[in-house]
Design a protein around this ligand. Structure first.
Ligand SMILES: C[S@@+](CC[C@H](N)C(=O)[O-])C[C@H]1O[C@@H](n2cnc3c(N)ncnc32)[C@H](O)[C@@H]1O
Length: 351
């Protein structure tokens, strides 16, 4: 199998970034919503404390660097997360600001090795958090998707068919944002890499697909039964396939029906790299069940936890940006349905 190598890849033992005790920090709960035991004082909830079975579930919004937070989540959540969507920095070479205030830098000292190591460590930690039937979606663009795919194949496995663990799809999200290069084709898509931890994974194409309907689409033959219902049939490889008009077609791996967010889109909450809720709806509906646990460690504007909340999934969201935390917090509170959640930050362990 091909392996991507960069300077420093094998310099660090995996244990050094997996072992949370090295971090000398813990998660501290600062605010709790619909909480029962919160008395106004920050309550320390050590991340290695396993909640009692009767304890109520609290969704979690966490401020901090994923390199510290993900290892801290491991004692409680290893093998427990059903779905992970991440939209990490794309190595754009830019800084992202809001009113002159830095939100995050995506420069990496122009050093691809540093970025790849960071991504690799992220994938390893996320795999440990995923449940055995869990799925990972990684949202990137043309700059680093090709590297990420080789690394993900190494960490999760690669298959030419959907039957095994690892690679499932390279989804193209095609949009029509402004600006066209005069020197090359205009780049108008992002890539979302979809991987599963094992061959058993949740996937509901029928929840997100279009109805087949009565309109002719391809080479299928149409017939109408005595009740007036349309059916579509096709012979392929010696088999006859027949579908009713009310069945859903699994969407293809090219998503061109979800618009990027226009400047005046009411969904916008002031975060530069905000993604549309429809994108997350598709991912969450297809790859999780109600009450499943969804994680996004680069939550930005809060789109993943907000959609997870709406769809009745439990969630853990984190980001290193104060603005991301504030906007996500506000967004969750304006949701139609808000389940109990806590806001947590990192705190140094007492000496
Ligand atoms: C592309 S944005 C995510 C946008 C988000 N999906 C949305 O729709 O708003 C990337 C996010 O990663 C966060 N980030 C960058 N490095 C991080 C790190 N080491 N740990 C946690 N968050 C980080 C940034 O603050 C930023 O919010």
């Amino acid at each position: 199998m091909a392996e991507l190598i960069w300077k420093g890849k094998h310099a660090k033992e995996q244990e050094s970034f997996i072992n949370s005790t090295l971090a000398s920090q813990h998660l501290c709960t600062y605010e709790s919503f619909e909480g029962e035991s919160f008395d106004g004082q920050p309550t320390v909830m050590p991340s290695n404390s396993t909640p009692a079975p009767t304890q109520r579930w609290y969704n979690r919004l966490i401020l901090g660097d994923k390199s510290v937070i993900l290892p801290l989540l491991l004692p409680e959540f290893a093998g427990q997360v059903n779905l992970i969507y991440i939209d990490p920095p794309f190595m754009t070479g830019r800084t992202f600001k809001n009113d002159q205030q830095l939100i995050y830098s995506d420069k990496w000292g122009n050093d691809l090795d540093t970025y790849l190591q960071w991504l690799y460590e992220t994938f390893i930690l996320l795999k440990l958090l995923l449940s055995s039937n869990g799925s990972l979606y990684v949202h990137l663009d043309w700059r680093v998707t090709h590297y990420a795919r080789v690394i993900l194949d190494e960490v999760f496995g690669s298959n030419s068919n959907a039957g095994g663990p690892g690679f499932k799809n390279e989804i193209i999200w095609h949009y029509h944002s402004g600006g066209r290069s005069q020197k090359r084709y205009a780049s108008k898509h992002d890539t979302i890499l979809f991987y599963s931890k094992s061959s058993q994974y949740c996937f509901h194409g029928e929840r997100i697909g279009e109805l087949r309907g009565t309109q002719k689409r391809n080479h299928m033959k149409k017939w109408v039964d005595t009740d007036g219902h349309t059916h579509w049939t096709i012979h392929s490889a010696g088999r006859l396939y027949s579908y009713g008009e009310n069945t859903h077609m699994t969407p293809t791996d090219v998503w061109s029906d979800i618009s990027h967010l226009h400047q005046k889109d009411p969904q916008r909450n002031g975060y530069a790299t905000q993604k549309p809720a429809a994108l997350l709806e598709r991912v969450i509906l297809a790859s999780s069940e109600e009450n499943d646990l969804v994680l996004d460690c680069f939550c930005g504007s809060g789109v993943t936890p907000a959609v997870a909340e709406q769809l009745g999934r439990r969630w853990i969201a984190c980001d290193q940006s104060e603005l991301a935390l504030k906007l996500t917090h506000e967004r969750i509170l304006t949701s139609d349905r808000v389940h109990p959640f806590v806001i947590q930050r990192l705190e140094k362990d007492a000496k």
